[in-house]
Ligand binder design. Structure first.
Ligand SMILES: Nc1ncnc2c1ncn2[C@@H]1O[C@H](COP(=O)(O)OP(=O)(O)OP(=O)(O)O)[C@@H](O)[C@H]1O
Ligand SMILES: [Mg+2]
Length: 242
């Protein structure tokens, strides 16, 4: 199988902590892969390694067949990897629009000012922030900041979108809206998506396959229906949720 993203034997230690160990994952173009696991399972570390915010202790990460290990986060972004952060990190003193325009100008396509502005308006409309463009990003609600994170990541021109708990803290109605937003963005931009989420119902609905991490190791990778009845997953993760 040829993957847009190929992760092999990936590992990362922090001192004595084995945050990620020997993880393999091949993601095909257009696929949505959900990532689940208890707190501290290594989910965000996986994203940080793919996006170049952290360097691996072991293993390989390939995008379109070429290694991206050792490249800076901005180079990896320009290769087409966009990520959101678990704790939203907008430029608080810029407006909502300016945040997205900045991403469009410095991403893969380096759009000129007018095109970047048009792209920002279009994306803000899709994520439901169409009326908030002139507001300071720092004044957005949690739900608004999560939407802005998603718009910014897509505005970079990403082909591979890494979403880290964009539904955490949202109401059920907002979760539903966010699922629709991700699906719309995926279809309109031919995106491949990795999505970390604790909201199981949402993850089951949106994912083609789900990767389950436990203490930094891959304990399952399968379609949602199989994950839901995987005994090891039930014992290690789902059991601990009740
Ligand atoms: N920069 C860091 N320095 C030291 N230890 C870290 C660092 N980042 C992560 N860790 C540790 O690595 C392990 C995995 O953390 P990670 O943030 O990847 O987990 P997670 O699955 O995203 O958890 P959560 O669901 O709470 O977000 C944890 O034990 C964490 O304490
Ligand atoms: Mg995390």
């Amino acid at each position: 199988m040829s993957g847009l993203l190929e992760v092999s034997n990936l590992g990362r230690n922090f001192g004595g902590v084995r945050a990620l160990h020997d993880v393999d994952l091949i993601v095909s173009p257009g696929e949505v892969v959900g990532i689940m696991g208890a707190n501290g399972a290594g989910k965000t570390t996986l994203f940080a390694l793919i996006a170049g915010n952290l360097q691996p202790s072991a293993g390989e990460i390939r995008l379109d067949g070429s290694s991206i290990v050792g490249l800076s986060p901005d180079r990896i972004c320009r290769r087409g990897v966009g990520r959101t952060f678990q704790t939203a990190r907008p430029f608080s003193d810029l407006t909502v629009s300016e945040n997205v325009i900045t991403a469009a100008r410095f991403g893969t396509r380096r759009l000129e000012a007018r095109a970047a502005s048009q792209r920002a308006s279009q994306l803000l409309e899709i994520v439901g922030l169409g009326a908030r463009g002139d507001q300071l990003a720092g004044d957005l609600t949690l739900s608004g900041q999560k939407r802005l994170e998603v718009a910014r990541a897509v505005a970079t021109g990403a082909r591979l979108l890494l979403l880290d708990e964009v539904m955490a803290g949202l109401t059920p109605a907002e979760v539903s809206q966010m699922l629709d937003v991700v699906q719309t963005l995926k279809q309109e931009n031919a995106l491949t998506v990795l999505i970390i989420e604790h909201v199981m119902r949402a993850l089951m609905r949106i994912s083609d396959r789900i990767l389950v991490l436990h203490h930094g190791e891959r304990i399952a990778l399968n379609v949602p229906a199989e994950i839901a009845k995987d005994q090891r997953v039930l014992d290690c993760y789902l059991g601990s949720q009740s």
